[in-house]
Design a protein around this ligand. Structure first.
Ligand code: NAI
Length: 396
């Protein structure tokens, strides 16, 4: 079939297998251009099919020649209905890994469940023995708790008072004011249950108990801080509470892993266009201004550039990993630079529907958004009739 983007609000209902393959091969090409990384050998990536998790898997495999097991939750294709983009990304990753002679297997299922944890451990035991890096990169709006069976839903709300600020509809470019009502206590608890550190800890407990963690193994989960502009709805909102919990959990996990010389880190990453971030009000406007400023200063990065730098200049630096005063890895250092933030804050005051095309990078935002679904890539023939029924070779 000929596959075209079908947008509905913050999501695209279709995805393009050829474009997703291009997304993966572009990332591999970038890594190869940066040379090898003396990194991990056997890697588990939880949330491996899109965004930072996919970039982590690609960096481990193509930067360090690592064997990788990926866990994700993606929709396979049906006749006449395309798969979710992470499915096509993973199919392309498996093909590229095979070509390069690299081990790659994947599990498609709910990472929050005990069943998927057990399945993953059995696969590690059978094929790899132990893993020396575990990346935890889940982003989900819901989690069914494996012990209580309760379905928790996360919310993106401020805490304490109504938040009013500018936002942009990135499809139309219209800048408007929005107000978001504050959350209640239950909203906070639910958001922490979904995006906090409990599931990461459950994974690490299970891997440790099963003796599948190599001595000196590392585990990394991803967090975000961002500027004062987005604070009320992000870092000081419900999702921020979940990130506080995730960051505190790193210390708990590190204590448990001490016996084998392993360590848990949180890496604070840069704001990027993903399905998750597009749904957060205010963030798309911030990102369009940020992209403009960072591109002008020649310090713009996407997921793969961020994770390549995380591996090469933080995790596998050859000396101790540099941390901030709260014990976190900072790879958002360029985003948070004083000159960058001062410029974004200045542009924020000027931003409206008329000025945004000039002062912001709305086009860059739109392109990145289309790219998430495999659309808008140079070198892909979007008029070509191709099959949506793509299999992933090596899926368990
Ligand atoms: P994403 O939406 O691109 O990727 C999420 C991954 O989780 C996908 O592989 C998906 O299949 C998987 N997943 C979701 N629910 C699952 C489930 N129940 N079972 C198994 N797999 C499941 O997200 P993104 O943006 O890469 O986020 C990853 C982490 O990075 C999150 O913790 C996020 O908060 C953090 N982060 C994101 C930033 C951004 O600007 N996008 C900035 C800094 C940190």
């Amino acid at each position: 079939m000929i596959i075209e983007p079908r947008m509905r609000g913050f999501i695209c209902l279709t995805s393009h297998p050829g474009g997703c393959a291009k997304n993966v091969s572009n990332q591999i090409e970038y890594l190869r251009s940066k040379g090898p990384i003396e990194g991990p050998k056997n890697v588990l990536v939880i949330g491996a099919s899109t965004g930072f998790g996919l970039a982590s898997r690609i960096t481990a495999a193509f930067g360090s020649k690592a064997s990788t097991i990926g866990v994700f939750f993606e929709k396979p294709p049906l006749p006449g209905k395309t798969a979710s983009p992470g499915w096509y990304n993973s199919a392309a990753f498996h093909q590229e890994a095979k070509k390069a002679g690299l081990y790659a297997k994947s599990i498609n299922g709910d990472a929050f469940s005990t069943e998927v944890k057990n399945k993953t451990i059995a696969l590690i035991k059978a094929d790899l023995g132990k893993v020396d890096l575990v990346i935890y990169s889940l982003a989900s709006p819901v989690r069914t708790h494996p012990v209580t069976g309760v379905l928790h839903r996360s919310v993106l709300k401020p805490i304490g008072s109504t938040f009013t600020n500018k936002t942009v509809d990135f499809h139309s470019g219209v800048v408007s004011n929005i107000s978001i009502e504050p959350c209640n206590e239950e909203d906070i608890a639910n958001t922490v249950a979904v995006m906090g550190g409990e599931d990461w800890e459950m994974w690490m407990d299970a891997l440790l108990d099963a003796d599948v963690l190599a001595p000196n193994a590392k585990t990394v989960a991803y967090s975000y801080i961002g500027p004062a502009l987005t604070e009320a709805v992000y870092r000081k909102g419900t999702i921020g509470k979940a990130k506080d919990h995730l960051e505190a959990t790193a210390f708990k996990i590190s204590d448990k892993l001490k016996s084998i010389g392993a360590h848990a880190y949180v890496s604070v990453n840069k704001a990027l266009v993903t399905q998750a971030s597009s749904a957060i009000p205010v963030i798309p406007l911030y990102i369009s201004l940020l992209y403009k400023v960072m591109k002008e200063k020649n310090i713009h990065e996407g997921c793969i550039e961020q994770i390549q730098r995380l591996f090469k200049e933080r995790l596998y630096l050859g000396k101790e990993t540099p941390l901030d005063t709260m014990g976190r890895i900072r790879i958002d250092d360029w985003e948070m630079r004083e000159d960058v933030q001062a410029k974004v804050a200045e542009l924020w005051l000027q931003a409206n529907t008329e000025t945004l095309p000039e002062i912001g990078d709305l086009q860059g935002y739109k392109t990145d958004f289309l790219n998430l679904f495999g659309f808008g890539f140079a070198g892909v023939d979007y008029q070509k009739d191709l099959s949506e029924m793509v299999e992933i070779e090596g899926i368990e």
